[in-house]
Write a protein that binds this ligand. Sequence first.
Ligand SMILES: O=C[C@H](O)[C@H](O)COP(=O)(O)O
Ligand SMILES: C=C(OP(=O)(O)O)C(=O)O
Length: 358
Amino acid sequence: MSNKDTRIVDIKPLATPNEIAKIYPISDELSQQITESRRIVENILNGTDHRLLAVVGPCSIHDPDAALDYSDRLKALSDMISDQFYVVMRVYFEKPRTTVGWKGLILDPDMDGSYDIEKGLKTARSLLIEIAKKGLALGCEVLDPIIPQYIDELMSWSSIGARTTESQTHRTLASGLSVPVGFKNSTSGELTNAINAIKSAAAPASFIGINKDGQTVVLSTKGNNAGHLILRGGDKAPNYYEDDVEVAKKKLYDAGINPAIIIDCSHGNSRKNFSRQKRVLRNVLDQVLWGEKAIRGFMLESNIFEGNQPICGDKSTLKYGVSVTDACIGWDETERILVHGAQLLKKAERYGGVMEVL
Ligand SMILES: O=C[C@H](O)[C@H](O)COP(=O)(O)O
Ligand SMILES: C=C(OP(=O)(O)O)C(=O)O
């Protein structure tokens, strides 16, 4: 009796990145647009572009039609506020779960445990192309180490989540990504893992992966010098306040890293209460208005309609435009707080970009 793969119940072949890219190719023009949006994101993170990065969008994408509808609204809004905020749409297809739960559109597009991953990859790639064609920059959480080979050319920003920031696999993966990578602090609220991750990902690495033809290869990377910290709050307390930012800045400086911080207005910072996101944003903008330069952006979990809903097996019964993972703010509120935030920052330009620091 064989003792190989004793817990594997099925092995299926999967189309290679090149095969899927052939069905959903990207034009030179789109590729150029994405290169330019990556440059803008990098400039915001390194402080040469004064705007704030606004990573805004659903907690997770489960309905491509709703995602397109959302992206139309976001594109119009992003044009209105582009002098203060550079908007990157959260197009999150992979969900890291605390224990069990739906793991996102790529792994389980039918949301019924059938794990039609090839369908998920195709849906994700074609949706990213459709949204990018509208002129929006896109950001994804990178969780599975193989998936970037299928979609990474479409991203302008990415993040490594709180549950994976400490993982060497994710740090080396980040070292080879073509986009700036934000590392979230740990779910406990602890910052050291994310700071170590920024250092680790900046170094060249070699690891096992696949190439675009699906062959197992050793990938050797240059290192990613656009790693930055995302403060997402922790189990016990938020960490978006001025004192928290001071602590984070000091830790980054002590580690030899130039502070570039994004504040996640959701998760631990909203204590998972979506309606608190606006007060986090208000506080973040207040810090920026009083001269805090290390804050380079913020993240909002937003959808067409507020709240969330459980996944119930039959996806046709789901409410349109409502999150199936963390609760989000709705579109009207998203528009209101972003327009208002941009107006506040604009007003401050009168005083040389910031209010006088007391
Ligand atoms: O952003 C999404 C969730 O917070 C993350 O995936 C964890 O979710 P869970 O605790 O519901 O599994
Ligand atoms: C999973 C996410 O966040 P975190 O890793 O902070 O829990 C997310 O931003 O979707």
